[in-house]
Design a protein around this ligand. Structure first.
Ligand code: THF
Length: 282
């Protein structure tokens, strides 16, 4: 996770001082990339303790196609509370776009047009299994026709998968599955550690259901910023040494991406430095 600390140090040293929508103020750079080998351990921060429970439930919630925080609340996860309305609704955010992207289907033979929904995740898994070399393994959460109805337009806007053939010397001769995410806006202290762990987990889950080996998670950032009220926390983290990465164990019996439950995951050997609290900018 040294690559994450390098980003943090770079933004502290070279970030532009910018205002932002939340009124908090940031130091920010534009364009950054980090790579994580998913066979080198599970990429979760060791320089502060992360709440894996929230990350797993959030991902399962996205995969259900849900846009209401009720499921999160039932499971004690509060990371989306600040953006939901009184009914717990967030508008057509990630879950909606991943599983039920709406588009107009022209009516046949003079019939009026109808609404067609696209399940991008189901199509993704089918494509990865049936046509691994395709360059179209994409999921897009940024729906320009609907962003103005979202409580928060997606930060992790677009991701792509890639299947690489094994090297001749590899003992495990299965192809390796990698994922690259384009994140338009990246809250380096609070959000980015969540986002890395979340997409790493999604890649492990999809690799398992497709019978591929985990490859890399590549995290490409647009506006990468440290909020002005996170600077002391960032410096504290930079003073800490990194530790051995834990291993994520996933119940090997699950072969349907939508059948995973919270109990199917266990993180082994996670021995981080203590948690560092920080306020979230809303
Ligand atoms: N808005 C901002 N300003 N930052 C973000 O990271 C962010 N997100 C999501 C949507 N809007 C965002 C929400 N994700 C925490 C973590 C992730 C969030 C929101 C909040 C957070 O407060 N984490 C604390 C507590 C963890 C917990 O309660 O489980 C932490 O210390 O990590 C990023 O996509």
């Amino acid at each position: 996770m040294q690559t994450y600390l390098n980003l943090m140090q770079h933004v502290l040293d070279h970030g532009h001082i910018k205002t932002d929508r939340t009124g908090t103020g940031t130091r920010s750079v534009f364009g950054w990339q980090m790579r994580f080998d998913l066979e080198a351990g599970f990429p979760v921060l060791t320089t502060k303790k992360l709440h894996l429970r929230s990350i797993i439930h959030e991902l399962l919630w996205f995969l259900q196609g849900s846009t209401n925080i009720a499921y999160l609340k039932e499971n004690g996860v509060s990371i989306w509370d600040d953006w939901a309305d009184e009914q717990g609704e967030l508008g057509p955010v990630y879950g909606k776009q991943w599983r039920r992207w709406e588009t107009v289907a022209p009516g046949k033979d003079g019939a009026p047009p109808t609404i067609r929904t696209i399940d991008q995740i189901t199509q993704l898994v089918a494509g990865l299994k049936n046509n691994p070399d395709s360059r179209r393994h994409l999921v897009c959460a940024w729906n320009p026709g609907e962003v103005d109805r979202m409580a928060l337009p997606p930060c992790h806007a677009l991701f792509q998968f890639y299947v690489a053939p094994p090297a001749a010397a590899d003992i495990d001769q299965r192809p390796r599955l990698s994922c690259q995410l384009y994140q338009r806006s990246a809250d380096i202290f609070l959000g980015v550690p969540f986002n890395i762990a979340s997409y790493a987990l999604l890649t492990l889950m999809i690799a398992q259901v497709c019978n591929y080996r985990p490859g890399e998670f590549i995290h490409t950032l647009g506006d990468a910023h440290l909020y002005s009220n996170h600077l002391e926390q960032a410096k504290l983290q930079l003073s800490r040494d990194t530790r051995k990465l834990p291993v994520m164990r996933i119940n090997p019996e699950v072969t349907d991406l939508f059948a995973f439950r919270f109990e199917d995951f266990s993180l082994e050997g996670y021995e981080p430095h203590p948690h560092i609290p920080a306020p979230v900018a809303v």
